[in-house]
Design a protein around this ligand. Structure first.
Ligand code: A2P
Length: 275
């Protein structure tokens, strides 16, 4: 099975990467270096995580070549402006110690600030200039993506959204596939509560497949064609999460997991997402 998805501009994005929130400083450095040594080739960070310096240090400490790693970062609303985005890129690139970013995302639409179209235009400029290899959004709803399309004629390569068997985001996934947008799941294991790992169905499927609950859930993301970035700061769990590329779930089991969906009400919400 392919371990990467092809983005429209030709960049190959690993289907599984390491999430880094809320790791910081030396903790982020250790986690990233360990993950890369274990075989991870995609790392997800953000300006708002306050850990790009640690992530960059981990990248250098790992001994893995920069060009072999897919680096995603995200910028905040104070950089939502056509020219401001370049400043966001320069600051993130400096903290990370890289001269290009594989994928740069608008972290939140912040609809009450109402500058996400300008932010996207700025990102498209970075893409034209070769500073980023792909452009995307995070936490955008279909209405926000539709507005980008109307204003620019373009869609992001990727929209990264909170998604798990308890929150399957069917309307978003349908919109994304209709417009060639890759769906990337954040908090694929359900976040720090990891409630989803305690579901009876998940536990019984783990027994059936001889895998752990986290492996069953990550496998579900992959069966749906999603890209995902589970966070772990623990070497054993990082290893466990990476070892999901060699088995598959039966279609009925995928469907049963999807039926755990509790609907959009289960999503983290704030003004930053919009309504
Ligand atoms: P830890 O960093 O101690 O491993 P998500 O990516 O869905 O936000 O989930 C992250 C949470 O899930 C973290 O608390 C992380 O803790 C935990 N976690 C990550 N991998 C696993 C795993 N394989 N089994 C159980 N918990 C995990």
């Amino acid at each position: 099975e392919p371990t990467t998805v092809q983005l429209r501009n030709g960049a190959a994005m690993p289907r599984l990467g390491l999430g880094t929130w809320p790791l910081k400083g030396a903790g982020a450095e250790r986690a990233v270096a360990t993950a890369l040594q274990l075989g991870y080739r995609s790392i997800d960070t953000a300006e708002a995580y306050g850990n790009e310096d640690g992530v960059g240090a981990g990248l250098r400490a790992s001994g893995v070549a920069r060009e072999d790693v897919f680096v995603t970062t995200k910028f905040d609303k104070h950089f939502h402006g056509v020219d401001l985005v370049r400043e966001a890129f320069e600051q993130s690139a400096e903290r990370l110690g890289v001269d290009y970013v594989d994928l740069m995302l608008i972290h939140w639409p912040n609809p009450s600030h109402d500058k996400y179209v300008e932010a996207f235009e700025g990102l498209l400029g970075l893409l034209r200039d070769g500073l980023v290899r792909a452009v995307g959004t995070s936490n955008f709803k279909p209405a926000h993506l539709e507005r980008l399309r109307e204003a620019t004629g373009e869609a992001p390569d990727v929209n990264q959204i909170q998604l798990s068997p308890l929150l399957t985001r069917d309307p978003s996934r349908a919109y994304h596939s209709a417009h060639g947008i890759v769906t990337e799941s954040w908090s694929p294991l359900g976040g720090s509560g990891t409630e989803v790992l305690h579901e009876q169905l998940v536990r019984s499927l783990a027994e059936k497949y001889g895998r752990t609950p986290a492996q069953v859930v990550l496998r579900w993301h992959l069966e749906l064609g999603l890209v995902t970035v589970p966070k772990s700061g623990n070497e054993q769990r990082m290893r466990e999460n990476l070892e999901v590329l060699g088995f598959s779930l039966e279609p009925d089991d995928v469907a049963a997991l999807s039926a755990l969906d509790k609907g959009e009400g289960a999503a983290v919400d704030s003004d930053a997402f919009g309504h």
